[in-house]
Write a protein that binds this ligand. Structure first.
Ligand code: NDP
Length: 309
């Protein structure tokens, strides 16, 4: 019997993702009718890009799973009308994109690129030998799909990498910690935030934790804006405790034009572009889960509602 999959997203989301999804279902001989117009009571799966387009999911009485095209779920995980499993995007090009963004911004600060890009003043400053990667400890807060991939890429470049997560991990090449966050950041010249936004992670980066970092540390936040308490970061930038923050995610997005981050000389703003879901590999992840659901197998990448991610 034909499986009915409801696509939830904007017109742009449909134009971006529907062609790959439809082609992938056909290639894999999955009999899936992907549409934006199915009657809720007939829907077998929801394939979801945007949020807040549907608020009440109770009419989806036979829906087996909500298959998210994004990695983050903080906008839907507490919706009590979503009673079916939520499967988030893992893979789908997100890992490769995030590795590139994190590596690029770590290397920017590590090799001191800014001094050369902005210092074209005719003065030949060649007295400082920059440290090698092996002398530049990096910490990744959040060692999930993205944090682990970024950590391993940085290990491959020679950085000593420490990772921190809720549960204890064992990842080759990475010093894995859980417990007191201050132990994880105390030696980190560069800290990267790759945790989800949950009630437990909000304001993880506050005055106490910033003070525990080495003086002059760099901070990268491609995770979620509210992981950082903004006023505490701005204060730490003022004193130089944090030398520079490269921020991709913000409490309010788009970042308001009058926000102090925009004009701050020690802040780089990127507009939530660290990593995007790519249609072709993401379609394979969605197809995998529909195939599993139809075969009666457990879904992949199921969100833990209690943990919130
Ligand atoms: P995962 O769920 O795979 O990993 C999350 C990690 O954070 C896990 O290691 C988890 O610990 C850890 N964590 C969660 N809560 C806590 C806590 N209270 N204390 C310590 N560690 C905690 O997520 P992904 O790696 O796939 O993605 C991470 C985040 O990146 C997403 O939630 C999203 O917010 C962001 N993102 C940003 C993008 C962008 O373009 N800027 C693109 C894609 C994602 P444990 O392993 O023990 O569960």
């Amino acid at each position: 019997m034909t499986v009915k999959a409801l696509f939830v997203g904007t017109d742009d989301d449909w134009d971006t993702f529907a062609p790959s999804l439809i082609a992938t279902f056909a290639d894999r001989a999955l009999d899936v009718d992907l549409s934006r117009d199915h009657t809720p009571a007939d829907v077998d799966y929801i394939v979801m890009a945007g949020s807040k387009i549907i608020e009440d999911f109770s009419p989806f009485t036979r829906c087996k799973a909500l298959l998210r095209l994004w990695a983050g779920v903080e906008d839907i995980v507490n919706n009590p009308t979503i009673t079916m499993p939520i499967c988030r995007m893992v893979g789908g090009g997100l890992d490769a994109g995030m590795v590139e963004w994190v590596t690029a911004h770590v290397l920017r600060h590590h090799v001191g690129m800014d001094a050369h890009i902005h210092g074209q003043d005719g003065i030949w400053r060649n007295t400082v030998t920059p440290p090698l990667a092996s002398e530049r400890p990096v910490t990744i807060l959040g060692l999930g799909a993205l944090g682990a991939a970024c950590g391993q890429a940085l290990v491959g470049l020679g950085f000593p990498v420490t990772g921190w997560s809720r549960s204890q991990k064992d990842i080759t090449g990475i010093t894995c910690l859980s417990g007191d966050i201050k132990d994880a950041v105390k030696d980190a010249q560069i800290t990267v935030l790759l945790m989800p936004l949950t009630p437990d992670t909000k304001h993880t980066i506050n005055a106490d934790v910033l003070a525990a970092m080495p003086n002059g540390a760099f901070l990268l936040n491609p995770g979620r804006g509210p992981l950082i308490k903004d006023e505490d970061l701005l204060a730490a930038l003022e004193t130089g405790q944090i030398a520079h923050a490269t921020l991709d995610t913000f409490e309010v997005e788009p970042l308001p034009a009058d926000h102090p981050y925009w004009a701050h000389p020690q802040v780089t703003v990127t507009p939530h572009i660290a990593s995007a879901t790519r249609p072709a590999p993401a379609a394979q992840v969605i197809a995998d889960n529909i195939a599993r659901g139809e075969a009666g197998q457990p879904f992949l990448h199921v969100v833990d509602r209690t943990a919130g991610y």
